[in-house]
Design a protein around this ligand. Structure first.
Ligand code: TRP
Length: 460
């Protein structure tokens, strides 16, 4: 990275900045596009009634996700600090929001790296021509619930994060994203076209795009789906936690934040739709239930891959790309925590990386075991894995984004906010609307959906 940041805080000059506009957009897109799009989105669609969830996801992404993305980026760029520092320097009392922002990536990583391990395992199975015949669901269930293998893969995935973090990732990740993301886009696009030609695929696309309002049977369902869609939209854009603020702190004054963020959100939606168009049509074509949850891409896709010519190769490439997407996000998550330790506690980078790796290694083992032997250990009716997901995207992320909006509107004040946003932009788009969103619309909606969603979650 080059030193291009505007010097407005004492340490700004030494912090560096993104080398190019494209590099920045790709790195942010790399953090946004991850398991949220490729693994979670399709199964959330499946579990939450298809088109309706998709519609709500779009509404949340555009109406609230995008403004919040812009807000976090702008906060990061104007403060040029780590998350906790950014909040604290504007108002000491709000330091806790920064603390939540660091806690959240930890919770996410504790299951993200378990899933990352599953993906590595599938990738290796394909490149080593392992036998995938037979019942794909049973294969996945046996694997993910066993006590040894998934833990080893989880630890390998985590070790890769630790190693990259020690080496220093900026150059590597910025460059790697330059290759990984465009190839991901192209491949998933081709795969989607292919899946759309399968017999019966059209029903899958219909399921994705056409809302079925009969899913709204009761108030409970409405709020459950609303909370899920909001959590998904914010999770997918990496909001409500430190990473965007962190990235923003490296952003040059020349960048037009609104435009950059719109592109990132656009890419994120694109990849989610493509993932939906690969997996749902395939499910319908192969008569696999779409409601199977977290195992969906591990059960459905191998079925298709074993039925098409050169399926093994396509399988290998697919899981490699999912791995790239997951890994670029995981590194960003990992960095939020380790950078905080380096900045706040003056730890050496390598010590911070090892410590974070150790803590995540242990919590990931618990999460992995909860898919099998420890399945019966339940917290509020969920196993540990589901509970961690719940804490991150239904609890911490809504709280984080809610606080951010209030912070912008009433602590930092929209006037200051917009004067910073103005830098690098010839005009601010939709200023009044954005103001309204930060001050009223977003806090009210997030609060209501959050509370009602929680109530309905626990009422069953
Ligand atoms: N957005 C990522 C995804 O869709 C997951 C994620 C959430 C993330 N928060 C993050 C990634 C923070 C990096 C940094 O998979």
């Amino acid at each position: 990275m080059e030193n291009q940041t505007n010097v407005s805080s004492p340490n700004a000059a030494s912090r560096g900045g993104f080398g190019s506009k494209l590099g920045f957009i790709l790195a942010t897109t790399g953090s946004a596009v991850g398991l949220g799009n490729l693994w979670m989105f399709p199964y959330m669609i499946g579990q939450n009634g298809g088109g309706l969830f998709f519609l709500l996801f779009l509404v949340f992404t555009v109406l609230f996700g995008l403004p919040i993305l812009i807000g976090e980026m702008n906060l990061g760029r104007s403060m040029q600090k780590d998350v906790i520092g950014a909040y604290r320097d504007i108002n000491k009392k709000w330091t806790f929001v920064g603390v939540i922002a660091v806690l959240c990536p930890f919770v996410i990583m504790s299951y993200y790296s378990v899933v990352g391990g599953w993906i590595l395992k599938y990738f290796f199975s394909y490149i080593t021509f392992q036998d995938f015949s037979g019942d794909k669901s049973a294969i996945f269930q046996n694997f993910s619930s066993s006590a040894g293998e998934p833990i080893v893969w989880h630890l390998i995935f985590l070790a890769l994060c630790v190693i990259l973090s020690c080496i220093g990732i900026e150059k590597g990740i910025e460059k790697a994203n330059l290759i990984m993301l465009p190839s991901l886009f192209v491949l998933i696009f081709i795969l989607a076209i292919y899946c759309m030609t399968l017999p019966g695929a059209f029903d899958g696309a219909k399921f994705l795009f056409v809302p079925d309002f009969s899913k709204f049977k009761s108030g409970n369902d409405i709020f459950k789906i609303l909370l899920a869609a909001m959590g998904q939209a914010f999770f997918s854009l990496s909001l409500g936690q430190g990473s965007i603020i962190n990235y923003g702190s490296y952003l040059r004054r020349k960048n037009n934040i609104q435009k950059d963020c719109a592109m990132v959100a656009g890419f994120d939606i694109f990849v989610a739709i493509m993932a939906g168009l690969v997996i749902l049509p395939a499910c319908f074509a192969f008569h696999t239930p779409v409601t199977s949850g977290p195992g969906l891409i591990f059960e459905t896709l191998p079925s298709i891959f074993s039925d098409i010519p050169a399926g093994g190769l396509i399988g290998a490439v697919f899981f490699l790309l999912v791995f790239f997407a997951a890994f670029s996000s995981a590194i960003a998550l990992f960095e939020v925590i380790s950078t905080m330790l380096v900045d706040r506690f003056k730890m050496k980078r390598i010590h911070a990386a090892l410590l974070v790796g150790l803590a995540l290694g242990i919590s990931g083992i618990f999460n992995s075991l909860s898919m099998g032997n420890w399945h019966s250990v339940s917290i509020f009716g969920m196993n540990l894995f589901t509970f961690s997901e719940f804490v991150a995207d239904k609890l911490l992320i809504p709280v984080g984004t809610f606080c951010l909006c209030l912070f912008i509107a009433y602590v930092w004040k929209t006037k200051n906010f917009f004067s910073h946003l103005q830098e690098g932009a010839s005009a601010i788009y939709l200023k009044k609307a954005m103001s309204f969103i930060y001050k009223y619309a977003a806090p009210v909606v997030i609060f209501l959906v959050f509370i009602m969603g929680l109530v309905s979650q626990f009422q069953q």
